[in-house]
Design a protein around this ligand. Sequence first.
Ligand code: SF4
Length: 353
Amino acid sequence: MACERIDHEFGFELRVCRWAEREWPPDGDAAAVISRQLGTRSRRWDTIVLEVDPEGLDRRSRFGHERLDSDLLFVVRNAPTEWVYYREALPDPGYPWRYVRESIHEADRRAILDVRKRANRIEIRRRFAYPEWCSRVIAIENKPDLDAGAARALSDQLQRDVALALADEVWVATRATGERIEPALLEDLPVEAGILVFSGGEASVRWHPRRLAVEDPGTRIVERPSEGEFDRSGARFEYASPEWKARKRLEIAERAYERGWRSYIDTMRPDCRHFEGRIDGEALVPHCGAKCREQTAAECSGSCPDFSPEPPAWRTRGWPVEGGPGRGVRRVLERRRKRARSRATGATRGSRR
Ligand code: SF4
């Protein structure tokens, strides 16, 4: 039986990530780190592209591949170059010092900060200067089938993204329809959002985005009236300071750096006998032999009714090297994740393939 190919949003998203890894930016050349499903508490972007300074990224790698959360960033970015009692070295954190001490011990454990005790006092010293490594944050929303209903929902989200201006650019990625004028261009999307149209693993720019004012205060749209005839309520807004935005951008960049975009495998079930990885264009996408199609990340979980553990013989006989096909896919993705990181530190367009 021939399996059907379903381009649901998840599979489309993986293909967009792979394309961005090879080709970003569409009209230029820059080193880029790609991730997915990151953002703020109230807003998650599908694909995130970080344009990075390769030399800065190289210096960032001294801090290890794990992300630095906001508390660790506070400590390592403010650490002095000489030994100083930590309370004199760091600015007032605005929260209890005991949390700062926990972060200092964590930084010590990860060998990214020098820490010693003198006269019962904790002293700290910078080990490495934390570099400016991420120059731009790009958000891409993936909608393979952008019909009028999907465009309406997306338009609301994009308006919020534009008002907040947390990302430097926002884009919509959609699948080519073959029509003379792509329907995405006719939908009521904010003019600030760029439009990318995908066909056969390649993308073309149909609308260029406007650069958003990330250094300025942003507007968070908390509530807006429905379009109902009788709704007389007003919209509610909050102010987002440039400092908050800068902090959030760096936190998102740190998470993106740690995760990359191939970490989806961590929440799926490559230990299921039906799990396969298939190459489509240049993207390795999961495929389910039981469903005879590409499965979504949400479907491929322990609660999947078709889940069946891979036979022990696949592991003991070292198939194909060690473990079944799912484990092979996990190893390939992990190798690619490492390669993508090191390529970005010295990237040229040619070396990204
Ligand atoms: S049967 Fe379920 S758990 Fe197994 S690969 Fe398919 S979707 Fe994933």
